[in-house]
Design a protein around this ligand. Structure first.
Ligand SMILES: [Zn+2]
Length: 138
């Protein structure tokens, strides 16, 4: 598809979505799927995503490579962790995120993971394993 055709298609999809009440930016921002500039972000690290991540395969450890690896750097990310018997694949509960961040969150959930990361970082700083953070608290 030519770039202008892709843009035309994108704009058409957005227009139809808004007309039918299917595009709630506030909900997407609150769910950590978009940032305030309405750009797609990783729900854990909040970094803006590049479309290139959909094409880049994960780097593999030397000596442990598999030829048929299909995992890309970006994948679908559940905003609220999967719950057995729950309706998990609902709108506003799926966003795009880094594969690595998704692996870190696993079934724990984003907020619980952030608390764990914060405590882990604090312990490392307090124990002197992260001197540049200890000298520059933010
Ligand atoms: Zn991320």
């Amino acid at each position: 598809m030519a770039p202008n055709d892709a843009l035309l298609r994108r704009n058409g999809v957005f227009q139809i979505s808004e007309e039918r009440g299917l595009l709630d930016y506030d909900r997407l921002v609150a769910a950590r799927i978009l940032n305030r500039a309405h750009r797609t972000i990783c729900p854990l690290c909040l970094q803006e995503l590049s479309s290139q991540g959909f094409f880049d395969r994960l780097e593999q450890a030397q000596g442990r490579e598999v030829l048929d690896l299909t995992v890309t750097k970006l994948n679908l990310f559940h905003i609220e962790e999967l719950k057995p018997g729950g309706f998990n694949h609902r709108p506003y509960n799926l966003g795009w995120g880094h594969h690595h961040c998704n692996v870190v969150v696993k079934d724990a959930g984003i907020m619980q993971t952030l608390h764990w990361m914060s405590e882990t970082l604090k312990r490392n700083i307090d124990d002197g394993h992260f001197p540049e953070a200890a000298n520059n608290p933010s």
